[in-house]
Design a protein around this ligand. Structure first.
Ligand code: SAH
Length: 261
């Protein structure tokens, strides 16, 4: 299956096992990949489902495709991991989106913190969504992470506090905080997650990383009050675009090791 090309679809593109391809997707499959009538590819519906699909080309009609069969999930993490990241300067968030997607997050929440200057327009958000789709395709994920609209960090905290049972971590460049890896090893519930069992409640994980100038002490206090645990990623100070990928690779490793053991 790995050699087949992958294409991410919006859920509304699939109806009665028929796939309605956008003009851009038709161009990609027919002109860029040069697929022919009857060629197969993997369709990803962005919500965790993969299908084996077959391309339909008929003279005079737009290219379409049909679903042949579902492909079992293989590459998703056993619990939902969300990254909350303060927006870095310039285009730094592009890399954060790409790498966080490669590490298996289900959602990325960009936030405006007290030391963030940038307030991105909708064009940027569309760009991040495209990057997430491409990264999910290339890392053979079943699911494309949701890129949430940027909100002030205080609002993200309120929304988080109002929702589910996630374990919440905030990365702070302070050596006295416990290391994230120690916290993950102590999180007993991770080892109790049966892989692929959807009937059990999942101990979702949320991890927050700050901007170039760091979180302000007041932001860290508010996060702690909202249930976040401050954690360290080691003794060195990481850049705002490096910290998310370091944190997420520790989370992914801890989750995947627990499954094996
Ligand atoms: N001058 C800032 C550094 C910010 S680094 C300060 O001293 O706080 C950008 C973000 O990356 C931080 O807000 C934090 O979330 C994360 N980060 C960087 N290095 C880290 C470390 N060693 N441990 C935990 N988080 C770290």
């Amino acid at each position: 299956m790995a050699q087949l090309q992958r294409l991410a679809l919006a859920p509304k593109q699939v109806h009665n096992l028929q796939i309605h391809l956008t003009a851009e997707q038709q161009h990609y499959l027919c002109r860029v990949l040069r697929l022919r009538q009857g060629d197969r590819f993997i369709a990803i519906d962005c919500q965790g489902q993969w299908w084996l699909a077959r391309l339909h080309l008929a003279a005079g009609a737009p290219a379409g495709a049909e679903i042949i069969e579902p492909v079992p999930a293989q590459t998703e993490l056993p619990v939902g991991v969300t990254l909350i990241a303060a927006l870095p300067k310039g285009n730094g968030f592009d890399e954060v989106v790409r790498q966080a997607t490669e590490q298996g997050v289900i959602a990325i929440a960009p936030v405006l913190s007290e030391r963030t200057l940038l307030d991105p327009g909708t064009q940027k958000i569309e760009r991040w969504r495209r990057i997430a789709r491409e990264a999910a395709e290339q890392s053979e994920r079943q699911r494309v992470p949701a890129i949430l609209a940027p909100v002030p960090f205080s609002q993200a905290l309120r929304e988080q506090a109002a929702t589910d049972v996630s374990t919440l971590y905030i990365c702070v460049a302070r050596p006295e905080s416990p290391h994230l890896l120690d916290c993950l090893s102590e999180q007993q519930s991770l080892s109790q997650v049966p892989p692929g069992n959807d009937s059990n409640p999942k101990p979702n994980i949320v991890i927050a990383t700050g901007p170039e100038g760091g979180w302000t002490p007041a932001e860290v206090e508010r996060a702690i009050a909202a249930g976040f645990q401050p954690v360290s990623l080691g003794r060195r100070i990481l850049r705002a675009v490096t910290a998310p990928v370091v944190a997420l690779s520790l989370v992914a490793a801890a989750l995947e090791l627990k499954i094996k053991n």
